[in-house]
Design a protein around this ligand. Structure first.
Ligand code: PRP
Length: 201
């Protein structure tokens, strides 16, 4: 039996649609708080997007669906098998409109992605103070907690509604299909069959 970690939230809803398009009956799946479900011979566990790779890396899920942004942040020891194409967004540095980085002060960066931000500004030799937050990052520069943010931008609505603009794009992100390394050896046929059902090969 294949165990699949599927994220809750926006990306999870898109993932469930992919299962449905492939002919799996997921009726009521998105409207429930039941966290372990069976689809055919597969067991689906619904976990927080940032936890998907943890379950897969530890082998309690064989495969999972996770955003590239999270893989960049946590660098889990898993196989990244496919770009699933949905959940597209950009990882970007954003700032209040009109902000200019003069380069003469320590740049304060608020983010849910401290590892990505540290790596990005480190590569540019830009001295920064990274301020890790868990959500609503766009508030930070508005209230003076940071100069800029590093966050994902999907539709751009949150930036726009808060008077922020993209300064630099760090990377493109989308949903990725990942596998536990041992599972990919021992359950390769099942995993490939699932990918075929999704017509992704
Ligand atoms: C994410 C992200 C941005 C927003 C971008 O937040 O951190 O805030 O979505 O999407 P948009 O470009 O379509 O507006 P999320 O919805 O995960 O909530 P959070 O702020 O609580 O992290």
């Amino acid at each position: 039996m294949l165990k699949i970690a599927v994220p809750t939230g926006r990306m999870g809803e898109a993932a469930v649609e992919v299962f449905e398009r492939a002919g799996f009956d997921c009726s009521g799946f998105n409207g429930t708080r039941k966290l372990i479900r069976q689809i055919g011979s597969m067991q689906i566990i619904r976990v927080k997007p940032s936890d998907v790779a943890v379950y897969v890396e530890h082998g309690v899920a064989d495969v999972g669906i996770v955003g590239k942004d999270i893989l960049m942040e946590t660098e889990p020891d898993v196989f990244e098998l496919r770009d699933l194409g949905f959940g597209a967004c950009r990882m970007a540095v954003a700032a209040p409109e009109g902000f200019r980085d003069q380069g003469d002060m320590i740049l304060k960066v608020a983010t849910k992605y401290p590892h990505v931000a540290t790596k990005y500004f480190g590569a540019k030799n830009r001295p920064t103070e990274i301020i890790p937050l868990n959500g609503s990052i766009e508030i930070a520069p508005l209230v003076g907690l940071s100069h800029v943010i590093v966050d994902i931008v999907e539709t751009g609505t949150t930036l726009r509604e808060n008077g922020l603009v993209i300064v630099e794009v760090i990377a493109e992100s989308s949903a990725r299909f990942i596998a536990n390394q041992a599972s990919y050896q021992f359950k390769r046929d099942e995993i490939e069959k699932l990918l075929s059902a999704w017509r992704l090969r």
